[in-house]
Design a binder for this molecule. Structure first.
Ligand SMILES: [Zn+2]
Length: 609
């Protein structure tokens, strides 16, 4: 920020004509005597730390005003002091903040922003009467007082009893979560096993031509992503979720967005577009809040649940922390925001959405453990409800009580799977937000016209799609015969002809399985049966059907069922074709289906890695 301070006998101004960015509702004509006039230009660099810049500017004005013993201050926006101006919305909010800050000690007036104005003044002409200052964010800023918020941890069991955490630091998944939350070392480190698997199974790979933590998705991995997206949609639509899609980038000049982003912290992608300071979204909150802000919301439509699969959201994680599918700079988050009438309704929705979170763990075969966090005030008021949440979860939860509210939420739950090395992979979450509806001016009206800024729930029933895949791959580490859930397996069945003469018969089976909504391929390559069977095992194919003379003659198929096999001991059954279809369809159950993303004939399938 650039400041020009002038000690003056008086100042008079009158706004003459609007510019495009004229501030509305300001005082258009005014004057002040015996005053320190503060001409100011807010610069783009100030947008990195608005609070810091306001504090520094206020200090400068106080210091000079103190030396001059003046009581009056006139804040006067003066764009010509800089050639790199901030976004007008930001500039106005900075000037308003500076006005509020100085109002404590002085009689402050402020000339309107964005108008052509006539003005006259009379500089006193003594040595201190003219000063110019440049304020740079971060320099000489008052050191932010470290938060004095305290955190209390205990474990609550489903019977509602509280327990000291010390009894829960074992090697179980819950013990791993407890130790991580308490800041204790949870494992020796090393690369999680999913990193090797995501490549060897041809699902996902790093993209060297992009930033770190941005991945390329290969057909099999892309199929799993899409199935997971289908899964969440299939879950939230019957629940009343309404899908939308919103932009990935936002203007930091919008004060509500700036403040929300500021709360999130440093790990944002920020960039300039022309002279606007932009950010890439780190979640889908902005877009949906922006829609809600522009809606006329009737209480009858509450709770209103809005859903977006945020492809992508972006977090500028530190380079050393970016790893595999666990921590990325670009990720896909299924994100739902529920606008609730009041707190009781928010609590009810919280319970429903938490139940969805637990269910995703069952459907993915990933064991989840949880930590519930809330403010002390919330806990005092809703202890009985917290006990119900733990009882409904049917397992102990770690409870964290914060002495004060530091975030937009007053209560939240985080569910996590545990990776092969005992480290949590945070997945589903539900949060009760009591701040954003006011900040984004999201409201509904009661019958008597009273305006209500309602509580909003943030919920991801699964966590990011990438982390779900991470958790599923990590969970295979503890399996004797590793495999993906059948509904997510890129090839659900493979037909292997013993000799070339069996190929037409095998190809027909694969085609009929496809028609029955089963992803079946056929290994038509000129390879030995042994090699084809070994490769189907490497591809973790759940059902392998070997077709030779006996099968062609009898019509009975020999099927190897992977999930019932032990290591080096394949479980084989003999079934008719309709029985095979039945068994596989039952295994898929009500989970979503998509066709093969790779050619049905393996001879046509390309290698990606
Ligand atoms: Zn959100």
């Amino acid at each position: 920020m650039r400041l020009l301070l002038i000690h003056s006998d008086f100042i008079e101004y009158e706004a003459k004509k609007k510019t495009r960015m004229a501030e509305e509702g300001a005082v258009l004509k005014d004057s002040q005597k015996e005053t320190l006039i503060v001409f100011c230009a807010v610069e783009s660099v100030d947008e990195d730390d608005i609070n810091g810049v306001v504090a520094q500017a206020a200090d400068e004005v106080r210091k000079t005003a103190g030396q001059l013993a003046v009581k009056n201050v006139m804040l006067y926006p003066y764009a010509h002091l800089s050639s790199d101006l901030a976004n007008p919305d930001v500039a106005i909010s900075v000037l308003q903040a500076l006005e509020r800050e100085l109002n404590v000690d002085f009689d402050v007036k402020r000339a309107p922003f964005g108008w052509y104005k006539s003005f006259s003044l009379s500089c006193k002409g003594h040595p201190l009467s003219e000063l110019s200052k440049t304020i740079v964010p971060g320099e000489g800023a008052p050191i932010k007082v470290k938060s004095s918020v305290t955190h209390e941890f205990f474990v609550m069991t489903p019977d509602g009893k509280r327990h000291d955490v010390s009894g829960y630091k074992d090697k179980t998944p819950f013990g791993c979560l407890v130790r991580k939350e308490l800041g204790e070392q949870t494992s020796a480190g090393g690369e999680p096993i999913h990193v090797e698997l995501m490549r060897s199974k041809e699902l996902v790979d790093y993209e060297p031509a992009s930033d770190v933590g941005h991945l390329r998705w290969l057909p099999r991995g892309k199929l799993i992503r899409d199935l997971l997206a289908d899964y969440v949609l299939q879950m939230i639509l019957p629940y009343g979720g309404t899908p939308v899609e919103t932009p990935v980038m936002y203007d930091l000049g919008d004060r509500a967005i700036y403040e929300h982003a500021d709360k999130f912290g440093e790990r944002q992608y920020r960039f300039k577009s022309g002279n606007r300071n932009m950010m890439l979204r780190f979640a889908a909150c902005f877009g949906m809040f922006s829609i809600m802000r522009d809606m006329h919301i009737s209480p009858n439509s509450l709770p209103m649940k809005m859903y977006e699969l945020s492809t992508y959201s972006f977090r500028h994680e530190q380079k050393g922390e970016v790893i595999g599918l666990k921590r990325l700079r670009a990720f896909t988050m299924p994100d739902m925001h529920s606008l609730c009438t009041d707190m009781p309704e928010a609590l009810k929705c919280f319970e429903e959405q938490l139940a969805m979170g637990w269910k995703t763990g069952e459907d993915f075969g990933t064991e989840l453990v949880g930590v519930f966090r809330c403010t002390g005030d919330f806990y005092a008021e809703h202890e009985g409800w917290v006990k119900k949440v733990v009882a409904d979860s049917g397992m102990p939860l770690l409870i964290e009580i914060l002495s004060d509210r530091v975030h937009y939420w007053i209560a939240k739950i985080d569910l996590a799977a545990i990776d092969g090395q005992g480290r949590p992979i945070e997945n589903p979450t539900v949060q009760i937000d009591v701040e954003s509806s006011a900040r984004f001016d999201i409201k509904y009206h009661l019958m008597d016209g009273t305006e209500v800024h309602p509580p909003i729930l943030h919920c991801s029933p699964t966590g990011s799609v990438e982390r779900v895949i991470c958790a599923i791959l990590e969970s295979t580490a503890s399996m004797e015969v590793p495999m993906l859930p059948v509904w997510l397996s890129p090839s659900q069945a493979r037909v292997v002809p013993v000799a070339e003469r069996h190929l037409p018969f095998a190809a027909d089976i694969a085609e009929r399985l496809n028609q029955a909504f089963i992803r079946a391929d056929v290994d038509d390559r000129d390879e030995s049966v042994g090699k084809k069977i070994r490769e189907s095992a490497m591809d973790w194919v759940p059902y392998v059907i070997v077709v030779g003379d006996a099968e062609v003659e009898s019509g009975k198929l020999t099927v190897t069922i992977r999930k019932e096999s032990a290591k080096d001991k394949p479980h084989k059954v003999t079934l008719t074709e309709p029985e095979v279809i039945d068994v596989i369809r039952q295994d898929i159950g009500s989970m979503p289906y998509r066709p093969l993303y790779t050619p049905r004939k393996l001879s046509k399938k390309a290698r990606y890695i």
